[in-house]
Each structure stands twice: as C-alpha cells, then as structure tokens.
Design a protein around this ligand. Sequence first.
Ligand SMILES: *Cc1c(COP(=O)(O)O)cnc(C)c1O
Length: 394
Amino acid sequence: MNLEELDKHYVLQTYGRNYTNFTHGKSSTLYDENGKDYIDFASGIGVNSVGHGNEKLVNAICAQASKIIHISNLQVIEPQVKLAQKISELYGQDVAIFFANSGAEANEGAIKLARKYGEVKFDSKKYKIITLENSFHGRTLATVKATGQDSFHPTCFAPYIEGFICTASVQEAIDAIDDETVAVMLELVQGEGGVEAFSKNEIQYLSSTLKEKNVLLIVDEVQTGIYRTGEFLASQVYGIKPDIITLAKGLGGGVPIGAVVTPHKDIFTAGDHGSTFGGNYLSTSAGLAVLGILEDLYKSNKLAETIEYFNAKLEKIASKYPQYFEKSSGIGLMRGLRAKDSETQGKIIKSCMNEGVIVLKAGRNTVRFLPSLTITNSEIDEGFIRLEKALESL
Ligand SMILES: *Cc1c(COP(=O)(O)O)cnc(C)c1O
C-alpha cells in the first residue's frame, strides 16, 4: 500500500486530508518527497511561529531532550517556572499560569477556573458562560459546545456539556447576562470562524461592562496569542486585561503546549486541576526558546516590518482580484481574504497548493493566512507570486 492507502487503512479518517508528503522544511519553505518546494503561509494552523528548522528552537529541544524530557508535575519543573515568569513579564501583568497540552485543554482549564470562581466568590453559584456566534474553542465535549457554530454540534455526540449561552454580538452577550452568568468567553479575532476581528471600541466596552457587573472575561488567544497580531497578546492590541487568557498554537513552535493565564491566583488549589504531560521539560523548554526568538524579533521592530510588508502585498491582491475577493480581514499576521463563495474558496486553496503556496480555509468562504512570524521578505515575495499564478489559472 502507498502512504495514502496506509493512512486510509490505519488512521481514523477524521480529516479531509491532502496527500502531499512533506519531508522537511527551512524557514517558511517546505519540501515534499519529490523535492518540490512550497511557500508556507499556514505554519500548520498558526503553530510554527518561528518557521521550520529554526536552529535556536531545534537546539533547545535537542539539548533538553538529552537531559530530561519528562518527570511529573509532582516535582517542580524549572523550565515550566521560567516559562510562566516569561509569559507574565511579556504580558506585563501579575498573572499565574496552568500548563496544558492543547488549545481545547487550555479552554477546559479556563472553564473549570471560571466555574470554581462562580462557586467561591458569590453567595449563590454562578456557572453560565456566554459565548459568541462563529467562535471556535476546541473539540472536547465542553469546548465544542462553547464553540458558537451549530455545525459542530451534531446529535450523534449528545448530550453536550450544559451552561453555554451562544449570542450573536457583543451587545447581545451583555444583554444575556443574568444572576447565573459567571463569564463571557470570546476570541478577539475569530480564527476558524472566518478571520473576523471585533472592533477595539466594542471590546473595551465589553471589558469595562463586565468589570462593573463582576462577570469574568475569558479571552481565547489560542490563535491570536504569541505575537500573531503584532503584540505578545491580542489583549494588548485591544488594551484590555481579561480575567483568563488561554494560549496554545504558536507557543511551542510545533511542540504541543497550552496555557491558562490569569491574575486570579487563589481560585485553584491543589487537586482542582491537573495534567500528566502539561508543562513538561520538553514543551516548556520549546516555549522558552520560541518566546526568546519572538521577543528579539519584536524588539528589533522586524516583526512590525514583516507585518507591514506582508499586508501591503495581501491588500494588493485583494484589490486586484475583486472578481474573487469581497474583502480582506484580520490583524497582524492573522489575515483573511473573503472569497465570494465557498466554491471559489476551495478552488483557490487547491490551485495555491498546485502552484506551491500553502494557504488555509476559515469559515464558510475565507482564505486564511497564518505565516510564521519569522517569514523572510523573499519568501513573502515568492509566496505572493505563486498566489497570483494560482488566481490567474483559476
Ligand atoms: C485551534 C483553536 C483551538 C483548539 O486548539 P487545539 O489545540 O486544537 O485543541 C481553540 N481555540 C481557538 C481560538 C483556536 O484557534
């Protein structure tokens, strides 16, 4: 059997897979088994924040792997403590962190933290979490229910976890608050839902209203976090200080890691939550290396320059091909081009792959761009040349 046949025989078919077999990568260029190269405008799904084969990250992983990969959370773990300190410093807030292994798991931790807050801080228990339409929070039974898209809730997986109230706008979310509401949970830029950013005004209004009403604000920064929108956290771009922030995708540069970040340090006590793998030596050493690389990139202004360079090219494409694209969206290096329908979206993504540039889908009809933050100008140039070829050949 060839690789595709083996995959179909031995791997549960939960993904609509492409069968290009990539063997290695360098920076934002990937190579398949036939030696063909591809410009990577996807970085996994916003995971390879420092590109492929990044020497500092690879060295950090190898050095740590040869010392200790894992012991357990019953023992203090030095790189875990240092990564927590680093996240707190880069955010500039006095927060503490719980480490998990994925975005969904980080959000599970956030939901548990909010529910316990709702138990211990009020006379009568608050537990409801208000969510937003078109959001995405993960695939576990709780986080998939928190996800504000009905297509994720087929009856075959019922019963789902209760206590999530989906609303269509920030104002509706505020209006839906009642005596049992403990939190509002949202993404500042909805990723999977179609790369749609909320406005700064409405988010600041939401944040101050929730503070007045003593309702927590949970911001899912699994996709927007780790410099994706130009600052360390999108919360900094929006000028808010949420009660809980979750991180994952870009944090480990490809090594699985998730994080729950909160100033509410006294809610969880020993035994409330845990993870076998979460925050182990390997993943937190990778996280430290990633944040070191990205902090330098940010401080040297190179990240801002890359964002400007990339987005100038993206806007040019958006205005040059109005027959395909309705508008551009997103912030920083989390960008979308909304195709006029889902058929066009599918054709563009496929044509891009043929021309050697990898882009993603989002929502019903958006072509999504999540390049690594270390992508070079010449890779950006080449990627957009290929994207144009892909559009010309439609
Ligand atoms: C990807 C994503 C998740 C889920 O992360 P997993 O690591 O796949 O569990 C949750 N929230 C947002 C905003 C995401 O983009």
